[in-house]
Design a protein around this ligand. Structure first.
Ligand code: PAF
Length: 291
């Protein structure tokens, strides 16, 4: 497994792969890997000849009062996950590689970057879209993989790739959960034991919402209100949103029909957690799908 730290090394790696007619897959991460990231690596491994993991805690996707400085970093642990997943190259650039000068060029996916997460983190998706565009420029991968847990990120990146004419295929990998259902996240390490226990309310409430849809509920506003009430019944949860939106546009819907994203965000102490489920509803038929 090679460790690469700059764009030239990455381009040489890709050049050699292309010369051998090999395909390249990229899993972009911010490190502090867990089983959720491993699922992304395992999903791409059989689909490509050369598998690349990028680890870069991207400063532009953090707001001024967010956790950039204390975001978990664990390169030794990341290396172990990468080896176990048979990664061919790890890309771990310094900030000066990804942002060689103070940035004035950004990629912004207007509209869908300002709702849900974007309503509370107004520059977050601009940072995500910009860094993913840079990684695509450097690696020109055939496939990249993102996790379902950050469903809005999937929608934003997909739209960015479509509009900027990237031929890269985006693979979305289902959320990996702890035994009690909590979605895996690098930020789960911030939770106190009591918050950790309380946080399972997100998954339980989403499960209840999905059962309600399967039971025939089609009023999206009522579903969202019941979801919000279920999360608020947990004293340690401070709800940010519990909504039912169109899975492609992220616009609120009145009826649960077609492809909808049921998305929640709540704070447990200082830690903000997200979860979602994505459903395709046609008449009585309800299917669980990926965003
Ligand atoms: O999901 C993440 O870890 C990050 O947002 C990403 C896609 C690696 C961009 O920094």
């Amino acid at each position: 497994m090679q460790w690469l730290a700059d764009a030239d090394g990455a381009r040489r790696f890709v050049g050699a792969a292309r010369a051998d007619r090999q395909t390249v897959g990229l899993v972009p991460t911010m490190g502090a890997l867990h089983a959720g990231h491993a699922a992304l690596l395992h999903a791409l491994r059989p689909q490509v000849d050369r598998l690349v993991l990028s680890i870069f805690v991207n400063p532009t996707q953090f707001g001024p009062h967010e956790d950039f400085a204390r975001y978990p970093r664990d390169l030794a642990g990341d290396q172990a996950w990468a080896e176990a997943a048979h990664v061919d190259a790890v890309f771990h650039p310094a900030t000066s590689v990804m942002y060689p000068v103070s940035p004035s060029t950004f990629v912004q996916v207007e509209g869908i970057d300002r709702v849900l997460e974007g309503a509370v983190r107004p520059t977050h998706f601009r940072g995500v879209a910009t860094v993913v565009a840079k990684l695509l420029n450097i690696w020109t991968p055939d496939i990249i993989a993102l996790g379902q847990k950050d469903a809005q990120q999937v929608v934003v990146v997909r739209r960015m790739m479509q509009e900027l004419l990237w031929p890269t295929r985006l693979v979305v990998v289902p959320t990996v959960r702890e035994r009690d259902g909590l979605a895996m996240s690098s930020r789960n390490v911030y939770l106190s034991p009591a918050e950790r226990e309380a946080a399972v309310v997100l998954h339980r409430s989403l499960d209840a919402a999905e059962r309600a849809v399967r039971g025939g509920v089609r009023d999206a506003v009522r579903l969202g209100a019941e979801l919000a009430a279920a999360i608020q019944s947990e004293p340690l949860a401070q709800l940010d949103y519990a909504v039912v939106v169109d899975a492609a546009t992220l616009a609120p819907v009145a009826q649960v029909a077609g492809r909808v994203l049921v998305a929640v965000a709540a704070r447990f102490g200082a830690t903000r957690l997200l979860d979602n489920c994505c459903l395709e509803v046609e008449g009585e038929a309800v299917r669980t799908v990926l965003p």
